[in-house]
Design a protein. Structure first.
Length: 308
């Protein structure tokens, strides 16, 4: 199942080199890697034993032992990000100075693949990231992730994958984002923008596609038919809840306090807050509703008692 999902995700990357790199990274299996290291150590030990048996002096034995330890000692993990291009910036909020500080130091859980120039990443609360994979291919992309003050959730960004290709894309995410595993945000058309508000919840395996992944050409007219004539913007308002397995397409707009039912396909803009939408294609299912973070809070607000 994982292999199928990884191949599906990587198929949207135009460059074969980038596809292979991302596929290898996403399919990485620590257990297999450890077994490979053990096998290499056994091989090096056997070679060293053979050489020591043939060694004539203590000096030769010492050289063999030194060479052995060098060969089986794993390399130290990188301490800094490596970007391919010029003027790419990673800015992290410094709480003591109350300002963004440029850095190249590795942030635990943040995986960056940056190829291009003048790309900017701004992260206000790096401690909320468990796993975030951000790929920027091209120039002048902007990504901003807000603060986190809601202490209800232990896991804030469990697993989020973001693709920004072609160039000039902008993704701005507000405060208190909560992401469950394997959420994808895909921006594969030059100049597209996505704005996600505060207190948004993205459930497992939901997908936000701000653009199509590939161009479609009208053969008779020899014309691209799925490229935006103007700069495309996708907006998800404050306090929205995107259910498990939802698809949010390039024409979507979700006002504040929108709940999207699980497995829904949203392909048009909505303009009414406090609604539940769902279906394929999504439509309004219920009006005048509001998401509450916890059951305890909901019972307190409604003066209800827990049944049972």
């Amino acid at each position: 199942m994982k292999k199928f999902f990884v191949n599906a995700v990587c198929s949207f990357i135009p460059s074969k080199t980038h596809r292979d790199y991302l596929r290898q990274k996403m399919m990485y299996n620590p257990i297999n890697n450890i077994q490979e290291q053990i096998d290499n150590i056994k091989k090096e030990l056997n070679n060293a034993i053979t050489k020591i048996d043939d060694a004539a002096t203590k000096t030769e034995v010492s050289k063999i032992e030194k060479s052995l330890w060098q060969s089986i000692t794993p390399p130290l993990p990188p301490t800094d990000y490596s970007f391919n291009g010029q003027n790419n910036k990673l800015l992290v909020w410094d709480k003591e100075k109350s300002e963004y500080i440029e850095t190249t130091k590795i942030i635990p859980g943040l995986f960056l693949n940056i190829e291009g120039n003048n790309n900017t990443i701004k992260i206000k609360a790096p401690e909320i990231i468990e796993r975030l994979e951000l790929t920027m291919l091209g120039d002048n992309h902007k990504f901003s992730l807000g603060d986190f003050t809601n202490k209800i959730y232990d896991k804030k960004i469990t697993y989020l994958i973001i693709f920004m290709t072609c160039g000039d894309c902008e993704l701005t995410i507000g405060d208190n984002l909560v992401v469950n595993p394997m959420v994808i945000i895909h921006m594969c058309e030059r100049g597209v923008k996505c704005f996600i508000g505060d207190n948004v919840r993205l459930a497992a395996e939901s997908k936000i596609y701000v653009s199509d992944a590939h161009p479609i050409i009208d053969i008779e007219k020899n014309k691209i038919i799925n490229y935006g004539d103007c700069k495309r913007v996708l907006k998800i308002g404050n306090n929205c809840w995107i259910g498990t397995g939802c698809f949010i397409g390039k024409s979507a707009n979700l006002p504040d306090y929108t709940i999207v039912a699980a497995q829904s396909n949203v392909v048009k803009p909505f303009d009414e807050s406090y609604t539940v939408i769902g279906g394929n294609p999504a439509h309004v299912l219920k009006r005048g509703v509001k998401r509450i973070d916890t059951w305890e809070e909901a019972f307190e607000i409604t003066n209800s008692k827990i049944k049972g």
